[in-house]
Design a protein around this ligand. Structure first.
Ligand code: NDP
Length: 298
């Protein structure tokens, strides 16, 4: 049976280190890491994510502010808010919760965030740094950064000689994951909806990362025996066994099947999910250290 990679435990470890380093920064520099989370509209899932980010930031000892704007907020007003946060010395990390309402250009908003406060790692400057291997000075998107940390705990930092396949080429997960694996010396292939014979490609992978959004798509016969499988997917499916109308969360990997073949696999929930928010805290801490002119803790 495969080892179940415990993301919850690793995330708690990250958060407790962030908390200690935040306290140290406050003591030695008088700088309290500050994060601003901006949400536009009433999307219930986004509200839950934003509330949990605020809670986690407070748990880390951060200064945390939330800006909740109505659905009909204009693009002009949102740009003005982001610009004011860029100029606010108490704020080191800015996160605009996506998706934004359709009348707002998300790309414009993301590029308005100062690259130094872009703790989501979506600004072109940070994307470019990751793509050119300047990882030490970049902000790396939280979900791939968290996935990479889980991989490191299993396989170490140097992935030389290992074949990795990433399923999914989004800017938020797939592409940054590709770049991180490459930076750690893996030989990486990225697959997507136009890839031919995906199962055969996946079977070549010592490291398989699924970031697709298709419930339980990756089956046992897609997995090389002993491979490390990172399941980024979060999908809600009907769970009639729990009662009428009930649902449950599953990943892009069929966990029960994967566990019979893989060497190690992340569960859903409790795998990559908790890492995302932990890495957001870690990125905010780094932003605060940099703004205080200090080297961020490793
Ligand atoms: P996107 O929808 O942006 O990208 C999905 C990718 O999967 C695309 O590149 C798409 O290909 C590819 N794809 C879709 N169907 C297939 C298929 N049948 N075969 C091969 N490739 C396919 O999703 P995200 O990257 O934003 O998210 C992926 C998953 O990760 C989702 O389940 C999401 O909920 C989850 N997620 C989890 C997070 C966490 O904190 N754990 C954070 C972010 C996302 P193409 O480009 O050709 O269309």
């Amino acid at each position: 049976m495969a080892v179940t990679i415990n993301g919850k435990e690793t995330a708690e470890d990250v958060v407790s280190k962030v908390k200690a380093s935040a306290a140290d920064l406050i003591d030695t520099s008088g700088v309290t890491p500050g994060i601003a989370v901006v949400i536009v509209g009433e999307d219930p899932a986004s509200q839950v994510y934003v509330a949990s980010k605020g809670r986690k930031a407070r748990e880390c000892g951060f200064h945390s502010v939330q800006h909740t704007l109505p659905e009909d907020t204009s693009e002009y007003d949102l740009v003005a808010l982001v610009e004011s946060l860029n100029a606010d010395p108490l704020i080191h990390g800015i996160l605009v919760q996506l998706p934004l309402p359709k009348h707002i250009d998300s790309g414009l908003i993301i590029q308005t965030i100062s690259p130094d406060k872009d703790v989501d790692g979506f600004h072109f400057v940070n994307v470019g740094k990751l793509g050119t291997g300047e990882i030490e000075t970049a902000f790396v998107p939280c979900t791939p950064a968290g996935s990479m940390l889980l991989l490191e705990r299993i396989l170490g930092r140097d992935l030389a000689g290992l074949n990795a396949v990433v399923i999914g080429r989004s800017n938020i997960v797939g592409k940054p994951m590709f770049n991180l694996l490459l930076a750690h010396n893996a030989t990486v292939t990225i697959a997507h909806s136009k890839t031919r014979d995906l199962a055969a490609l996946c079977r070549t992978a010592d490291i398989l990362v699924a970031a697709v959004g298709r419930p339980q798509m990756v089956k046992a016969d897609w997995i090389k025996p002993g491979a490390t499988v990172i399941d980024v997917g979060i999908n809600r499916i009907p769970a009639p066994e729990k009662g009428e109308g009930k649902t449950r969360l599953v990943g892009d990997v069929d966990f029960a099947e994967a566990a019979t073949v893989a060497g190690a696999v992340t569960p859903v929930p409790g795998g990559v999910g908790p890492m995302t928010i932990a890495m957001l805290m870690a990125n905010t801490l780094v932003a605060a250290y940099r703004s205080a002119g200090k080297a961020p803790p490793r």
